[in-house]
Ligand binder design. Structure first.
Ligand code: NAD
Length: 331
């Protein structure tokens, strides 16, 4: 929390912060070309959260804290998400994470387990299947409305065209660019005198939102799916069971998930993957901790922007990753 400002000073500061965050979001979500590192965005966003927590009357509907980031490109048709795709609340320390789990367990004593998952550094996608056949795929967009990128998603080998059962279901997850594909793509762009992508997340977003599916196909994207719009379409009643069932249906899921019965197990999971992070062939920027019981997830609910039954523990930025973001190979 920042030091307590008077309401007038807080309003002035909010009026300075909001245009900055909006500009950075535009660069990140629309142009796939951020000009600042994620931790700069995150700390500025946290300052806004802190000021709005101190003075809730200063919260406006257009505040970045009230909207899922992501702007729609006009060249794509729109898809209505009848069940919104949300973002995640962030924590940056073990203490804040402890506070989250303790708060959830206190308010909902029936919560006994959390599912720990890797936070894949890609972008959210939603895939709709009718009678087991892939019919429509979209980006998260602004959470309510996404971009129709079906033709591009059809080029990604890990997305099944047909499921192992003829069910009608909407599956959500992450599309990402493996580290090797990212390095190769930027080398190619360097050879061609084009500017490189700042990171695999932006490269994945830029590759998915192409009008020519052949370009998407050449970018070697992959996916990990981790959620469904409506879990009544599944047999399981837990988050860990949901992942196993998605795998049985034919989806790629990230196998590193683990059910934790207590805080020590959550912390051990975080430490393990923070250490192993560099050795993975895909980027992760943290760990997601979710209430494991799906009915309790629904009971706990969500704000307009984030589920209240999950939290993202963000890793500190890697030293080696500190770099100029706007890579111009030609200079
Ligand atoms: P987020 O990336 O912090 O977290 C939410 C997203 O995590 C979900 O929408 C989902 O796509 C993803 N995710 C990955 N693995 C998951 C899993 N196992 N379970 C559930 N979700 C999983 O939030 P956001 O709203 O997508 O983006 C905000 C973040 O984007 C900021 O925290 C910042 O780091 C970055 N950003 C950076 C800039 C910049 O200028 N550098 C600008 C805007 C946003």
């Amino acid at each position: 929390m920042s030091a307590k400002l008077s309401e007038q000073a807080a309003k002035q500061r909010i009026d300075q912060i909001k245009p900055k965050l909006k500009k950075w979001s535009q660069e990140y979500y629309v142009q796939d070309r951020p000009s600042v590192e994620d931790d700069v965005y995150d700390s500025t966003y946290q300052e806004l959260v802190s000021l709005e927590t101190q003075y809730p009357n200063l919260i406006t509907a257009d505040s970045p804290t009230q909207n899922v980031g992501g702007k729609l490109l006009p060249q794509f048709s729109k898809v209505n998400h009848h069940i919104p795709l949300l973002s995640l609340g962030d924590v940056f320390s073990k203490q804040e994470l402890d506070d989250f789990t303790i708060r959830v367990e206190k308010n909902y004593p029936a919560v006994k387990q959390f599912n720990c998952e890797l936070k894949i550094d890609g972008l959210s996608i939603s895939l709709r299947y009718e009678n087991g056949v892939f019919v429509e795929g979209s980006t998260r967009g602004n959470g309510q409305i996404g971009e129709d990128i079906t033709r591009n998603l059809k080029t990604i080998p890990s997305i099944p065209q047909k499921l192992t059962r003829p069910i009608t279901i909407e599956v959500r997850g992450e599309c990402y660019m493996p580290k090797k594909s990212f390095a190769k793509l930027n080398e190619e762009r360097e050879r061609n005198g084009e500017s490189g992508f700042a990171n695999p997340r932006n490269a994945a977003a830029g590759s998915l939102r192409q009008l020519n599916p052949r370009i998407t196909a050449s970018r070697h994207l992959s996916t990990f799916m981790y959620n469904v719009a409506d879990y009544n379409d599944l047999k399981t009643n837990t988050q860990s069971g949901l992942l196993a069932e998605l795998n049985d249906l034919g989806f790629n899921i990230n196998p590193s998930y683990q059910v934790a019965d207590n805080l020590d197990q959550i912390n051990a999971y975080i430490d393990r993957y923070q250490q192993q992070r560099d050795g993975l062939d895909y980027g992760i920027d943290g760990i997601v901790i979710k209430v494991n019981d799906l009915k309790l997830q629904t009971k706990i609910g969500a704000t307009v922007k984030i589920p209240k039954w999950a939290i993202a523990y963000k890793f500190p930025p890697e030293e080696a990753e500190t770099k100029l973001l706007d890579i111009e190979w030609t200079v």
